[in-house]
Design a protein around this ligand. Structure first.
Ligand code: AHR
Length: 497
């Protein structure tokens, strides 16, 4: 049980855009109300935001947060969420069959994002609305003043424009569940015209065209081809969304699902490049993997929830240890595509399929998946390297030739640090990693962080943090080779400096 890896300084994939460590807050369940915002909470600040939650978000070091949806955005009127709070309407929110009180809207969210050192990635409603709303909304958010929309924002107490740079042109418009679902042709036409109007208001923005809702959509990848034939020259990114689950309780197959993610990314890159060739374009389109995570634990519970309540406990997946391993593999997969995946959002951030959980009025805690995301976000900055890996492999029900070792390396030139991220997918045995780092002369191992647990189904709760990392990994460097025992079923972060 030995795996070999060669990491060389000069084998660069490309610079890692820090925005691959983005996340997502949707008006859904208790993400906003009871999550980031709870004015009656003992730790709420003067604006009603929970300080305990802000502290946890800041630990994760999330550079960009997508908002306000998700499926929610396709029925959202942004005007409902601005201006005096007492005048804001309570609406039937159709995507999640809840009541939306609109006590948090664009301005409050932009302020909250600033407090956690994040930028907003704003989504516009291309479900029930279109070009007119898009141009007015961006004027409200980004224009400095002296026009109806910008002066309205100023009258609401926000003199400075929010300067929101990244905008999603709708959400999952290929999905039949989406309010205002469209064919690829319909979406492509609407998106390109909305894009043009928005860029006329603010030419500095970046736009994301809606890709497929998952690799298993029947319209994938024709959706990308048809929509990009319209939007290619006007947008900067295409979106990808993907969630996985272990419904059949087959952990070897479950941990291999990042291979599907890898294939999805490769196919979208190929499709973008096909459209580029067809258009004889000089521009290369990048990818925004703006929804990714594990999502399945809460599906059954959600079916029991009565409709039309405020902030019901929807999509509250309780993550276990094996979920953290898959999240680690997914993060490594994103890093392997750092040359084309420039943004990514862990969906979501608080309470709703989230690394951070809260009790209404009470405590907050870290789910198991908090840790791989934290490590990647904190140590995975710099240049992604392309290691040469040879690992023993296994076959399982859903995949063949799955490497036990899932790994990558990041070189942070500024801090003179090299970080190896590695998952051992073997559930029974440890794996001896031999990693050649001879091009990093003079470097020493500074720590080997490990997330491991005997029980793949172990979870964290407000009372007990069963799954948390330790720093007792045994990575050591001898003559330019890092040797490390990677425990069975483990996430490892080996840091050299
Ligand atoms: O993140 C939860 C939901 O998943 C989002 O609202 C939607 O875009 C996706 O289907």
């Amino acid at each position: 049980n030995r795996a070999k890896m060669v990491v060389d300084k000069s084998y660069e994939i490309g610079p890692i855009d820090r925005r691959i460590y983005g996340s997502f807050v949707e008006h859904l369940g208790r993400a906003v109300y009871g999550g980031i915002y709870e004015p009656d909470h003992p730790r709420a600040d003067e604006r009603g935001f929970r300080r305990d939650v802000m502290d946890l978000v800041k630990q994760l070091n999330v550079p960009v947060i997508r908002y306000p949806g998700g499926n929610f955005v396709s029925g959202y009127d942004w005007e409902d969420g601005v201006g005096p709070r007492e005048k804001r309407p309570r609406r039937l929110e159709l995507a999640w069959r809840s009541i939306e009180t609109n006590q948090v809207g664009t301005n409050e969210f932009a302020e909250w994002a600033k407090s956690v050192n994040s930028e907003v990635m704003m989504a516009i409603n291309l479900g029930t609305r279109g070009i007119d709303e898009a141009r007015k909304f961006i004027e409200y958010c980004n224009h400095p003043g002296g026009s109806y929309g910008s002066d309205l924002r100023i009258s609401h107490g926000y003199k400075e424009p929010h300067r929101i740079k990244t905008w999603c042109l709708g959400n999952e418009m290929d999905g039949e569940w989406q309010i205002g679902h469209k064919t690829a042709e319909e979406y492509g036409r609407l998106a390109v015209e909305a894009a043009r109007a928005m860029k006329q208001v603010d030419p500095t923005i970046e736009l994301v065209s809606c890709g497929s809702s998952s690799s298993s959509m029947p319209t994938f990848p024709q959706w990308e081809v048809t929509t990009l034939e319209h939007t290619y020259e006007e947008v900067d990114y295409i979106s990808l969304h993907q969630y996985y689950g272990n419904r059949s309780d087959d952990t070897p197959s479950y941990l291999a699902k990042s291979l599907d993610m890898d294939q999805f990314i490769r196919s979208v890159i190929a499709t973008c490049d096909y459209v580029k060739a067809k258009k004889r374009s000089k521009k290369t389109l990048n990818l925004s993997f703006d929804e990714w995570n594990v999502w399945y634990h809460s599906n059954e519970a959600d079916r029991q929830i009565e409709p039309w309540s405020v902030a019901p406990p929807l999509l509250e997946d309780v993550y276990n240890f094996e979920d953290a391993l898959l999240v680690g593999c997914m993060l490594i997969t994103l890093l392997k595509h750092a040359d084309r995946v420039k943004m990514a959002c862990l969906a979501q951030l608080v309470n709703v399929i989230a690394p951070i959980m809260t009790e209404n009025g009470g405590r907050s805690w870290k789910q198991t998946i908090f840790y791989p995301f934290l490590h990647a976000s904190v140590y995975g900055r710099g240049v992604a390297l392309n290691p040469v890996i040879s690992s023993p492999k296994y076959d399982c029900a859903e995949f063949t030739d799955v490497p036990y070792l899932e790994a990558t390396a990041v070189h942070n030139e500024e801090n003179e640090e090299l970080t190896l991220f590695a998952v051992n997918r073997n559930l029974d045995d440890s794996l001896l990693l031999e990693c050649d780092v001879r091009s990093f002369e003079g470097y020493q191992v500074v720590e080997h962080i490990v997330l491991e647990h005997d029980d793949l189904k172990a979870v964290n709760t407000a009372d007990e943090e069963r799954v948390k990392p330790h720093h007792r990994g045994n990575a050591r460097l001898e003559e330019g080779i890092v040797n490390a025992d990677l425990a069975k079923a483990s996430w490892n972060v080996i840091r050299l400096r």
